[in-house]
Write a protein that binds this ligand. Structure first.
Ligand code: AQP
Length: 346
């Protein structure tokens, strides 16, 4: 079976504090791709548990990411929305990929180093093997395109390495079963748009992140208007006025970040933003940015809370999505078992 020509897969972890970086770097891209591609969007709960999650919070966060997808404009009828643990093929293929990926490859992953920090020995085995599960998420669908933020680029490269090694290691078996020699496609990362790396509001050198202990560092999708305005007012800046040209943003990470956020939310280039605000003070720019952020995010927060009031409906959407997802992964995994040489029920 040849790969579908354009199939998009991506996921978001239900680890709480869904923020503007997740929204601009990933979810808005997910929405746009629906027009042109067959899309599969996953709440990656198995990734979330690579670090400890309080069980009731995890359940709540799975529903919250689902609500954020739908409130942002993802259509679960036309495309597939589900949570990863309901499609067992993800975990099965991940195990097979654990046996294909090399320790040296995983040792180079910067996200593991950052997340494990100085306490590597205490990190879960799952956190180390996380990129093999991500490769399985994508390749269980033979997805060809993966919209992600800049931080996931290295994991996507590893996915391509795993696909390539599998295709080579099992080339003879793939051929003997009559399968396409490109058994797994090498998926392309789609790291596009004006905000592929939204930075912390408190430190322009750190990415905006769910796990940052300071809530002032990020705008959460569920923040109310006053909280958004307060966080933008308190966002770190420098004493200089805004530059008139984009070149003037070099070496000014906080200014660069706020201009990037404004431009992404207003669907315009940084040059267009600076042509209006260049030479002005941050106070006026921040007031307009706060209004813009509230205008764009409040309807999403409102729709999320409406959806979350009916958890049974969200769970039905996830179960239905999982059934449709399994209809794709189940025959692909049958082929994988064949190729590896495993005996299975016919
Ligand atoms: N700051 C960001 N700017 C742009 N894109 C971002 N993404 C995450 N942070 C930014 C993108 O959002 C998608 C979902 O990410 P995730 O939840 O699966 O995991 P993550 O990248 O680990 O997100 P966080 O917020 O940084 O969580 P923690 O703090 O737990 O590590 C991905 O496409 C990601 O690129």
């Amino acid at each position: 079976m040849a790969a579908v020509s354009h199939r998009v897969f991506s996921g978001v972890q239900p680890t709480g504090n869904l923020h503007l970086g997740n929204y601009l770097g990933a979810i808005t891209r997910f929405v746009a791709l629906q027009e042109t591609h067959e899309c599969i969007y996953c709440v990656v709960d198995l990734h979330a548990i690579t670090t400890w999650q309080e069980p009731a919070e995890l359940t709540k966060n799975i529903r919250e990411v689902t609500a954020a997808f739908i409130a942002s404009g993802i259509d679960p009828d036309k495309h597939i929305v589900f949570n990863q643990s309901q499609v067992v093929e993800h975990a099965e293929l991940a195990w097979m990929f654990n046996c294909v990926a090399r320790m040296g490859w995983l040792n180079r992953m910067t996200q593991f180093k950052e997340k494990a920090g100085k306490h590597r020995e205490n990190a879960s085995v799952g956190l180390f093997a996380y990129p093999a599960l991500m490769a399985a998420d994508i390749l269980a669908y033979r997805a060809t395109h993966v919209p992600v933020g800049e931080d996931q680029k290295q994991h996507l490269e590893l996915t391509r390495d795993i696909a390539q090694k599998f295709n080579v290691d099992f080339a003879a078996s793939i051929a003997s079963h009559g399968y396409d020699e490109t058994f797994f496609p090498l998926p392309e990362p789609l790291i596009t748009g004006p905000a592929t790396r939204v930075m912390s509001l408190r430190d322009g050198a750190k990415k905006m992140s769910k796990s940052d202990p300071s809530d002032l560092s990020r705008i959460n999708l569920t923040d109310d208007a006053d909280t958004i305005a307060k966080k933008i007012r308190k966002a770190k800046t420098d004493p200089e006025p805004l530059p008139s040209e984009t070149e003037g943003l070099a070496d000014r990470p906080e200014a660069d970040n706020l201009v990037g956020i404004f431009s992404a939310l207003n669907d315009q280039t940084a040059a267009q933003t600076l042509s209006h605000y260049g030479g002005g003070q941050f106070s006026e720019f921040k007031a307009d940015l706060a209004n813009l952020a509230v205008e764009k995010l409040s309807p999403i927060a409102g729709e999320m809370s409406r959806l979350l009031a009916d958890p049974a409906h969200i769970d039905t959407i996830l179960c239905d999505g999982a059934d449709r997802a399994r209809a794709i992964t189940s025959p692909i995994l049958r082929q994988v078992r064949d190729v590896i040489g495993l005996i299975q029920r016919s």
